[in-house]
Write a protein that binds this ligand. Structure first.
Ligand code: PRE
Length: 370
């Protein structure tokens, strides 16, 4: 048999084995949804990967190869186990009302609640005339509307069922949380999913949780998210909003200015890509993906960040300080500051080096060069 035929044969066997694995995982999914077990089990993954790596080594297979394959297979597991549904953590719960459930993030939560056996009702912008009927008997009211309208919409709720959980998914937390506490005397919690609507499962995705009131009465909702595989991270609304200044406003704004700069310099993207190193390509992708999305969303995220302007002004000052360093041809000064920042990053610098190397390898695998 010619060598390539033999390779085809082995690849087909791999395919058969992957099909078997997917089937087994689907069965695990059934068991998990029946018994209410979380789809993501970090301890099982760590133990399994450690063993496979050892076995790989003894076979002369690079351990990273089997780890990459299994991690990729497990991504499929999360998504397939999701489709078998989830145990209903609170079977006694009344309907869950998703306000803005026709938006992308809203639709995702509607789907997940339905997969978890709850009755879900959507209150869209056209439905306010029937709001009382839709909200009647609700166990959860989840607000997921554009950031500029969140508070105004929360203020429309006059008579929510006393014990219903009021929560929102807005990317700032202080104002929505205060508004929810004002209009509702029952359990209140602010949530911020740190991901977009295009995820294939909640496994390993972070949801920030800002307590409003009566945490013991909304705990079941968090337990439901945990079953979906989400990692819950508690924070005060103030700490969350401050961190978001850097994580969101600063990040998006500097990508926006970077894009504006490339456009104004009349950069030739084709050529930039042709000359790009893998990390530059990734950076270009990170900046470019911003412009594939809704401009209003980003305008609102940036404008609603409490100290965004102050932060951007400080950033500009740092740019001009760094430019002075260049103007003075101060090589030593540049190196000194670089080292100070490197010290500040500490062990994270090495960690980020490793993580980005992995990302670049994966991105590189996807490249096709004729
Ligand atoms: O063993 C499980 O619990 C599974 O759901 C299977 C599996 C896998 O694909 O191997 C998937 C997700 C878990 O995090 C761990 C392992």
């Amino acid at each position: 048999m010619r060598l390539r035929d033999k390779i085809d044969d082995v690849d087909q066997q791999l395919l058969q084995l992957l099909a078997q694995r997917l089937k087994l995982v689907a069965e695990v999914g059934e068991v998990k949804s029946e018994h209410g077990l979380p789809i993501y089990v970090p301890s099982r993954e760590a133990a399994m990967l450690a063993r496979r790596r050892q076995e790989a080594e003894s076979l002369g297979v690079p351990p990273d190869l089997i780890e990459d394959i299994l991690r990729r297979a497990m991504r499929e597991s999360y998504s397939s186990e999701k489709d078998t549904g989830f145990k209903t953590v609170n079977p006694a719960a009344g309907p869950i009302v998703v306000v803005g459930g026709k938006g992308q993030l809203g639709r995702l939560f509607v789907q997940m609640f339905e997969l978890s056996g709850y009755e879900v009702r959507v209150l869209g912008s056209q439905d306010w005339a029937q709001a009382d009927d839709i909200l009647a008997g609700a166990s959860v009211v989840m607000v997921t509307v554009p950031i500029t309208r969140t508070v105004e919409i929360i203020e429309k709720f006059s008579t929510l069922p006393a014990d219903c959980i009021l929560c929102d998914l807005t990317s700032t937390k202080s104002d929505p949380l205060n508004a929810m506490l004002r209009v509702h005397q029952g359990p209140v919690v602010g949530l911020h999913p740190m991901f977009g609507p295009d995820i294939s499962s909640f496994a390993k995705q972070v949801i920030v949780v800002c307590d409003g009131r009566d945490s013991e009465r909304y705990q079941w909702l968090l337990d439901q998210f945990a079953l979906w595989g989400a990692k819950l991270k508690s924070a005060t609304a103030k700490d969350h909003d401050e961190a978001m200044g850097l994580v969101q406003a600063m990040r998006h704004f500097s990508s926006f200015v970077y894009g504006m700069h490339l456009k104004s310099e009349n950069a030739d993207i084709e050529q930039l890509l042709a000359f790009s190193s893998p990390i530059y390509r990734l950076e270009l992708a990170m900046v470019g993906r911003l412009f594939a999305q809704d401009p209003a969303l980003y305008a609102d995220i940036i404008l609603s960040s409490p100290d965004a302007l102050g932060m951007f002004r400080r950033y500009i000052e740092r740019f001009s300080d760094a430019i002075s360093c260049l103007e003075n041809n101060d090589r030593d000064g540049f190196i000194r500051q670089f080292s100070e920042v490197a010290d500040w990053f500490g062990q994270y610098a090495e960690q980020f080096m490793g993580e980005s190397r992995q990302m670049l390898l994966v991105a590189h695998d996807r490249r096709h060069i004729d």
